[in-house]
Design a protein around this ligand. Structure first.
Ligand code: MN
Length: 282
């Protein structure tokens, strides 16, 4: 297996979005506009209510998918299709905005730890105007693969040792794994050649071990490690163990024209999105 190496390390930029929610942004920030097919990656995490209490009041999306993965805390969502619910620790919401949705994402707590990730995944031109849909997965419905040496993998999307992920039917054939390695633990995860892939470490210490140069690169926290092409990735934890997201997907190789919450293929389609939203068509 040709193992992927770390091609680039992209440190997060502290920013805020919605009504003042503090975020660490890597994809979609000033350094990395997108990592086709991924348009944005935000990590949110704070014990201070003031950092998240404003939440994300009503806002539209068109042309892509928003994926919210909660680690801690409660987030309530409501949208223009009439759907609503609360995302709790360990749950995932894969929302395909398609031709348009207006929703809110508001904390259902005033203090205490709120932590998680939001990823934006692009849709191919042919599916940008599809009907909106959701996959809301409760924590207990996300398959977990446990190895004898203590590696624990939550399979949100993709496949690990024959176990299929909870989310299916997504255009870019994503892999979305939450991988916990014990002290000194290792995991080699096959990934489709040609897929864009990255690793985001958020607990402990994890290094990526490449096959060709024998290079070992430790991935710092709040930093996106973009992986080179290859057939798989070899991860190894340090003395304290570690936890990371490993995410991959098929590039679309189509023009990306973005304007806030709209991501389309041309300027004209963005103008149409603004027009349709103002006309109340979402
Ligand atoms: Mn949103």
């Amino acid at each position: 297996m040709k193992l992927r190496s770390v091609k680039n390390l992209v440190p997060a930029v502290a920013t805020s979005d919605g009504a003042g929610v503090k975020l660490n942004r890597t994809i979609g920030g000033p350094v990395l506009d997108n990592l086709d097919p991924f348009l944005l990656l935000d990590e949110f995490g704070s014990e201070e209510g003031a950092d998240y209490i404003g939440g994300f009041p009503d806002h539209p999306h068109r042309g892509f998918e928003t994926v919210t993965y909660m680690l801690n805390g409660l987030m309530r969502h409501e949208d223009s299709t009439g759907a609503s619910g609360t995302l709790g620790p360990g749950s995932i919401q894969w929302m395909t905005a398609g031709r348009g949705i207006v929703h809110s994402e508001m904390p259902e707590q005033e203090e205490g730890l709120m932590r998680g990730f939001q990823l934006w995944v692009n849709l191919p031109a042919a599916e940008k105007m599809c009907a909106p849909r959701y996959q809301n997965i409760e924590p207990g419905d996300i398959p977990e693969v446990m190895s004898e040496d203590g590696v624990r993998i939550r399979v949100i999307a993709g496949e690990v040792d024959g176990t299929r992920g909870a989310v299916s039917g997504i255009a870019v054939e994503p892999t979305y794994l939450d991988i916990t390695l014990p002290e000194g633990g290792e995991h080699i995860q096959p990934l489709a050649s040609g897929h864009a892939a990255f690793c985001y470490v958020f607990e402990g210490e994890i290094s990526i071990i490449a096959s060709d140069e024998g290079a070992v690169v430790e991935v710092p926290h709040h930093t996106l490690a973009i992986l080179s092409d290859g057939e798989g990735v070899h991860m190894r934890a340090g003395a304290k163990g570690g936890q990371a997201l490993l995410i991959a997907g098929k590039p679309l190789n189509e023009p990306v024209v973005r304007y806030g919450p709209f991501v389309m293929n041309s300027r004209e389609e963005i103008e149409q999105a603004i027009h349709d939203y103002r006309a109340g068509l979402f």
